[in-house]
Design a protein around this ligand. Structure first.
Ligand code: DAH
Length: 339
C-alpha cells in the first residue's frame, strides 16, 4: 500500500508541475483529493488493514495530502498573480495624458442683465421679491386698477387658464402681492418671466422677462422716482446716461410716465441702436394709484409710492448689440458664447 501511495504522490506532483493554468490545477485537485479522488479512495480502503498498519498508512496519506494541497495552493497563487500582472499591463493608464476638454458655459445675457440690475438695486437698499407666473387675474389686473373691460385683459393679449387664472402678463402682479402682505416701508424689485399672446418675431416673444420696482413709504414723490431711475440708468448703462420722462398712461399709476435714456452708444447724436433718435425707450413708471394702495390694504392718505417696470430683453439687446430677440432663446452656444 505504501508503494501505491508513493505512486499516487509522484503522479500528482508531476501533473501539478505540468499544469498550465488554474483550471488544470483544479482538475488535479479533484482527481486526487476530491471525494472520489485517488488518495481519498486509499483512505476508504483502510478498513482492510491490520490495526498496526492503520495509523502508519493513515498518517502517510495525511502527509501526502497536505503536501499536495500545499503545492496546488502555491500553483494557484502564482496563476492568480500572473492574472493580476496581465491585467495591470493591459489596463494601464497614462496619467500624464491631457484630459478631454470640458467647456465651461457662460452666463446668459438675460441673466447677466438681471444680475446687474439686482446688484444695483440691492446697493440702494432694495429687496428682491418673487411671485407666481401662473397668477390670479385679480393680482395681475383687478387690484392694479385694471377693470374687466380693459383691452389688456382681452384673450388676444393674455393667456387664460380659466376666467380667474392666467399666465401673468406683467411682473406688476408681484407689487399687489407684496403690498398686501407687507407693512410699509416697502422697497423691492421683482425680476421674472411674463407671458403675452404675441407671435414670435425679431422684437416679440410670447415669453419674455421684466423687472418691476416698487417703493412705498411716507412722503415719496415723483422726485424720488426720477432720482432713482437716473441713478439706475447711470449705473446700468454708463455714467453719461441721461434720463427723460414723457407723459403716458398706465392704470396702476397716476401720474404715469415713460422714461427714455440717452443713447449709450452714440451719446445722443443718433445711431443705429437708437434708430437716429438719440433716445431709447426704457420703461414705464409712475406714482402708485391711490386705488391700488387701497385695494392692497394701504392707506393712501398716509403712504405714497412709485413703481416702474421694464423689459429685460430690450436692455440686453441694446447693451450687447443684439438685433433679433429670437437669438436669445435658441440656445445656440455659438451665439451665447460671445457674451
Ligand atoms: N407693467 C407695465 C408693462 O408691462 C410696465 C409698468 C409701467 C410697470 C408702469 C409699472 C409702472 O410698475 O408703474 O408694460
Amino acid at each position: 500500500m505504501k508503494e501505491q501511495i508513493e505512486k499516487i504522490k509522484a503522479n500528482a506532483l508531476e501533473e501539478i508541475a505540468k499544469a498550465s493554468d488554474a483550471k488544470s490545477l483544479y482538475d488535479v485537485r479533484v482527481k486526487y483529493l476530491g471525494k472520489k479522488g485517488e488518495l481519498t479512495a486509499v483512505l476508504r480502503g483502510m478498513g482492510a488493514l491490520s490495526p498496526e498498519e492503520r495509523p502508519v498508512i493513515g498518517s502517510l496519506v495525511n502527509e501526502v495530502r497536505d503536501e499536495l494541497e500545499a503545492k496546488i495552493k502555491e500553483g494557484e497563487d502564482s496563476f492568480a498573480n500572473l492574472e493580476i500582472e496581465k491585467k495591470l499591463k493591459e489596463e494601464n493608464l497614462d496619467v500624464t495624458m491631457p484630459s478631454k476638454k470640458t467647456s465651461l458655459g457662460s452666463v446668459h445675457p438675460i441673466t447677466q442683465v438681471i444680475n446687474d440690475v439686482k446688484e444695483i438695486f440691492i446697493g440702494m437698499g432694495y429687496e428682491i421679491a418673487d411671485g407666481p407666473e401662473v397668477e390670479l387675474a385679480t393680482y395681475n389686473f383687478d387690484k392694479l386698477n385694471t377693470p374687466p373691460d380693459h383691452p389688456a385683459r382681452d384673450i388676444q393679449d393674455t393667456f387664460y387658464i380659466t376666467d380667474e387664472i392666467i399666465l401673468r402678463s406683467q411682473t406688476s402682479s408681484v407689487q399687489a402681492r407684496v403690498m398686501e402682505g407687507t407693512k410699509p416701508p416697502i422697497k423691492i424689485i421683482c425680476p421674472g418671466a411674463v407671458y403675452r399672446s404675441d407671435s414670435v418675431d425679431a422684437t416679440h416673444s410670447p415669453v419674455f422677462h421684466q423687472i418691476e420696482g416698487l417703493v412705498i413709504d411716507k412722503n415719496i414723490s415723483m422726485a424720488d422716482l426720477k432720482g432713482t431711475l437716473a441713478m439706475f440708468a447711470k449705473k446700468c448703462l454708463g455714467e453719461k446716461t441721461e434720463i427723460r420722462f414723457r407723459p403716458h398712461h398706465f392704470p396702476f399709476t397716476e401720474p404715469s410716465a415713460e422714461a427714455d435714456v440717452s443713447c449709450f452708444v452714440c451719446g445722443g447724436k443718433g445711431c443705429r441702436v437708437c434708430k437716429g433718435e438719440g433716445w431709447i425707450e426704457l420703461l414705464g413708471c409712475g406714482m402708485v394709484h391711490p386705488n391700488v394702495l387701497r385695494n392692497c390694504g394701504i392707506d393712501p392718505d398716509e403712504y405714497t409710492g412709485f413703481a416702474f417696470g421694464f423689459g429685460v430683453e430690450r436692455i440686453a439687446m441694446a447693451k450687447f448689440g443684439i438685433d433679433d430677440m429670437r437669438l436669445l432663446y435658441e440656445n445656440d452656444v455659438r451665439f451665447l458664447k460671445q457674451f
